[in-house]
Design a binder for this molecule. Structure first.
Ligand code: AMP
Length: 487
């Protein structure tokens, strides 16, 4: 058999990979030519911040949720800026921002804000590993406002939105938008784009011109594919709750969305945890970032919440929940977390039949019903919300006093997120978790979290060998199945 070499067979075209690759790079470069320059550095360090000694900075970080910072740039490391202890130290030259802060009455920056603001405002990419309810939204929003309004080109010349916030759930997207609209700044307009919302209405707003797009990846990708939105004008990108976005399988959509966002943008990423997947995402989409960890490195555990664990038989769970609800005080507000949508409906209708005002939140409910449920709960029309893990992250209702884990969460990360629904913005809260025999496999991880969050005395009844410390405890008295974890 004759072997015809490609060069001997003029009819057969040969793929020239080298030239294709070269062309691709050329077209890629062409895609980003003629874009206006980006201004990124707006930070003027105050004399008070600059005068902090190394020891003062270290002490401050230790005393503020044990903040740890690192520069992930390869090669020579940059200096991590000192934290800002007062709002004036960072926003002195932005009176409108200061006026907004005064209006809402915040006393001082939260730890993540103190450390993140000087980094982001210098134009450096940032990864914030922060527990829920730490003020992470304003940590990226405020510098975003300044970035947006301080570009060398006008809003009209930009030709599209300047800032994009990607979030894993509609609820978080709506919440970020609410936070955004609260701090009106120089007429900045924002829009929330999420699946289940009014698609036509969203397209109308986007095409009329907005500054900030807050979106879930699925719907944004849909609008992008159909050319309803121009992402080339984005210069400030936020990937909010990156770990959750990965858990929900959004990586392919994020990849497609980011193909159209200019590569020289500034990027901020937040995540409650720092697993391999999130590290990979950070490597792909951030450039020479700095990282700020608030709390522990792997699991940002909530330490403003008293956590009680109740070891109980499956068939006794309902009675215990009823007992819990009957003992609620008038000002108490609780989220009851369950594993299945059906259980959520079942428990909610049970309570409803007893005449107890209740709402439920899960993925099978229509978007408008979900929004109504949240609104009722936020405004206190109902003080009990039965929810699946849809509500475990990001939801920010200030006055939740209790989290009741009717079903144990799928994993320990979810436990941390659920517990973080209470004890927010400086308040304390209480979490009650029912644990059955089938949940034993996570018991050791749970104990670790409880110990790490200073829930030091642990009683576990129910057949597991007790530690020396546990054996020294007095037996729990009133309720044989109850396990109290006392701080
Ligand atoms: P987040 O972690 O972004 O969900 O924020 C949790 C809550 O803390 C939000 O309701 C914010 O309005 C509030 N918050 C943000 N920054 C501060 C601050 N510096 N002081 C007090 N509360 C704040």
């Amino acid at each position: 058999m004759d072997i015809i070499k490609p060069e001997d067979n003029p009819k057969k075209s040969v793929i020239n990979w080298a030239s294709l690759r070269e062309n691709r790079a050329k077209y890629e470069a062409m895609k980003w030519t003629d874009l206006p320059p980006i201004e990124k550095n707006f930070y003027k360090e105050s004399s008070r911040t600059a005068s902090m000694s190394r020891e003062e900075v270290e002490l401050w970080r230790k005393e503020n949720n044990n903040i740890i910072c690192d520069d992930l740039k390869e090669g020579e490391k940059r200096c991590i800026p000192n934290p800002v202890c007062k709002f004036e130290d960072v926003f002195e030259h932005y009176p409108d921002i200061m006026a907004n802060i005064r209006k809402v009455g915040f006393q001082k920056p939260t730890p993540i804000q103190s450390q993140a603001w000087p980094i982001i405002l210098q134009g450096i990419d940032l990864i914030g590993i922060a527990q829920t309810g730490t003020g992470k939204t304003l940590a990226y929003l405020m510098p975003g406002f300044i970035h947006l309004t301080s570009q060398p080109i006008s809003k009209g010349q930009r030709g599209g939105p300047g800032m994009l916030v990607l979030t894993p759930t509609r609820e978080l997207a709506l919440q970020v938008e609410a936070e955004c609209s609260k701090y009106t700044y120089k007429g900045i307009k924002s829009i929330c784009i999420y699946g289940g919302g009014d698609r036509k209405g969203q397209i109308d707003v986007v095409t009329k011109g907005v500054d900030i797009v807050i979106a879930t990846p699925g719907r944004l990708n849909d609008l992008q594919m159909n050319n309803f939105i121009n992402l080339k004008s984005i210069t400030y990108l936020v990937l909010d709750e990156a770990d959750r976005m990965l858990d929900m399988g959004f990586e392919p959509q994020i990849m497609k969305i980011l193909i159209d966002v200019r590569p020289d943008r500034q990027t901020v990423m937040t995540s409650a945890t720092w697993p391999d997947g999130v590290r990979r995402l950070a490597k792909s989409y951030l450039k020479n970032p700095m990282i700020v960890y608030v709390g522990t490195l792997d699991l940002a555990a909530v330490n403003t919440v008293e956590q009680r664990v109740v070891v109980i038989a499956e068939e006794e769970k309902r009675a215990f929940m009823q007992y819990f609800i009957d003992s609620m005080k008038p000002k108490d507000k609780v989220i009851i977390f369950v594993g299945k949508k059906l259980t959520a409906d079942d428990l909610a209708s049970d309570l409803g039949l007893q005449g107890i005002p209740v709402q439920s939140l899960h993925g099978n409910r229509e978007q408008c019903d979900r929004e109504q449920a949240l609104d009722d709960f936020k405004k206190g029309k109902v003080r009990i919300l039965v929810a699946t893990d849809l509500a475990s992250r990001g939801l920010d209702v200030h006055d939740i006093t209790h989290v009741f884990n009717f079903d144990f969460p799928r994993n320990i990360e979810e436990y941390v997120h659920r517990v973080g629904r209470t004890g927010r913005a400086g308040r304390t809260g209480e979490a009650v978790t029912l644990v059955t025999k089938s949940n034993w496999r996570v018991a050791s991880e749970l104990i670790e979290i409880l110990e790490r969050t200073n829930q030091v005395r642990i009683h576990l009844t129910g057949g597991k060998k007790k530690s020396k410390q546990q054996q020294q405890q007095k037996k729990p008295t009133q309720n044989k199945t109850e396990t109290r974890v006392v701080r």
